[in-house]
Design a protein around this ligand. Structure first.
Ligand SMILES: Cc1cc2nc3c(=O)[nH]c(=O)nc-3n(C[C@H](O)[C@H](O)[C@H](O)COP(=O)(O)OP(=O)(O)OC[C@H]3O[C@@H](n4cnc5c(N)ncnc54)[C@H](O)[C@@H]3O)c2cc1C
Length: 394
């Protein structure tokens, strides 16, 4: 039996997902896809292999594309819908989760923290440059001994006259060593507060974390704060307690609900194309029932994930999205994306383990995506609490 490319349907076309998008959403998605394919995709395997990205240049490219803080209003941000932002995340992650991470951390964590909780002066100082990609931001919440439980953080800020003195260590911070400004969450006498720490502040350093096997096309660093003196106006005035950082995390998690599907889609497209070209036992790999079972199951999950992401996006645009719903989306879509990436790897056989093809790179990246922005276990516990009223975190 011969494969017939002319009659092949794209996995997402099976459910006619495009028809659920507005013209504007499709246009934004197509623009981001074209730019990502042109500017990022040709280089990404090399960046991943080296474990290095040209972060400054990339930030400016992404700023010109208009995706940095694109869902925020004012201060040079595009003010798009949540769905459009999600679709942009999907296209960026179809290239690499590390590149989507750069955008998520910049827009949904660092910029959002300033936009939502900052003073007017802080917003004017940082947001336009961050939207343009001239400044890079990072978001320091996790610590060596406080990941899933940020309430256990040790980083502290103490008053000294009107100044603040910060001490502590943050760990696994995306963009950390290339950031111009770090949003650092610290314990104070009045609970957890957020601080803006400009790069170069005495006592502040950000050594890069190397030897990663995942998100290699992304900068990850430690943030070390040793008696870092900051003026009173470095504090974000409107963020009080852990609800501040958790509010930012919800924004970034939302982007991941869409983003992870981009990685999955890229794997599935690669696997379908490979299976059609690869001959085994004198027939195309795509013509065997076992292969078609794999492709069908993966396409069903990709389509379901997409419908879920769009539903959550519409709820977000209506101002109705709850944290539990974001947990449903993050848990499901990352879990299914990683399963798809691994299954696609089997279809590519030995070729699947190389950087010639994107599937194992995506699978490895998705290990980080499964863990950051709330692990799958944490999201299960959030859903469990919503279902039972019982919290099982501790
Ligand atoms: C590449 C990368 C980039 C990152 N970028 C950032 C960033 O920019 N900013 C930032 O602040 N953080 C960042 N993180 C950190 C990330 O958010 C944390 O790794 C994550 O919150 C999990 O924390 P942990 O690694 O300390 O794991 P732990 O909290 O130690 O968890 C270990 C395991 O225990 C499970 N577990 C935890 N609590 C429970 C429980 N109650 N019941 C059952 N199981 C439980 C977890 O699900 C996990 O499987 C990044 C991480 C990675 C890998």
């Amino acid at each position: 039996m011969k494969s017939s490319p002319s009659t092949a349907t794209h996995p997402l076309a099976l459910l006619a997902v495009d028809g659920l998008l507005s013209d504007e959403e499709r246009a934004i998605r197509d623009t981001v896809r074209a730019a990502a394919d042109r500017e990022l995709r040709p280089h990404v395997a090399g960046w991943f292999e080296k474990g290095e990205i040209p972060a400054r240049e990339l930030a400016r490219t992404l700023g010109e594309l208009g995706v940095l803080g694109m869902h925020l209003e004012g201060y040079g941000c595009a003010g798009t819908s949540a769905v459009a932002y999600g679709l942009a995340c999907m296209e960026l992650e179809a290239v690499d989760s590390g590149l989507r991470s750069l955008v998520s951390v910049q827009g949904s964590l660092a910029m959002y923290a300033i936009w939502k909780y900052g003073s007017e002066e802080q917003k004017q100082r940082w947001l336009p440059g961050m939207a343009a990609g001239e400044y890079i931001g990072c978001f320091g919440l996790t610590e060596p001994d406080a990941g899933s439980d940020p309430g256990a953080m040790r980083t502290n800020a103490k008053r000294d006259g009107s100044d603040w003195i910060l001490n502590g260590t943050k760990m696994w911070i995306t963009n950390g060593s290339v950031a111009d400004v770090a949003v650092v969450w610290a314990r104070t006498e009045e609970g957890v507060r957020g601080f803006l720490v400009p790069a170069g502040t005495p006592g502040f350093s950000a050594p890069e974390i190397t030897m990663k096997l995942s998100l290699r096309a992304s900068v990850t660093a430690e943030l070390v704060l040793e008696d870092v003196r900051l003026p009173a106006d470095a504090m974000l005035p409107e963020a009080r307690g852990l609800s501040g950082p958790l509010g930012c995390l919800n924004e970034a998690r939302f982007g991941i609900v869409f983003g992870a599907l981009g990685a999955a889609r890229d794997c599935l497209e690669t696997a379908i194309s490979y299976a059609k070209d690869r001959t085994v036992f004198a027939r195309p790999l795509a013509s065997y029932q076992l292969t078609q079972q794999k492709l069908a199951d993966m396409s069903v999950e990709l389509g379901k994930g997409m419908l879920l992401a769009l539903h959550l996006g519409r709820l977000k645009d209506a101002g109705e999205l709850t944290p539990e719903q974001i947990s449903v989306g993050k848990l499901n879509n990352v879990r299914e994306a990683i399963a798809i990436a691994r299954e696609c790897r089997t279809i590519l056989g030995a070729n699947g383990i190389t950087l010639e093809y994107p599937v194992l790179r995506h699978a490895n990246n998705l290990e980080s995506v499964l863990t950051y922005e709330g692990t799958s276990e944490v999201h299960s516990l959030v859903i469990g609490k919503a279902l039972t009223g019982e919290q099982a975190f501790r």
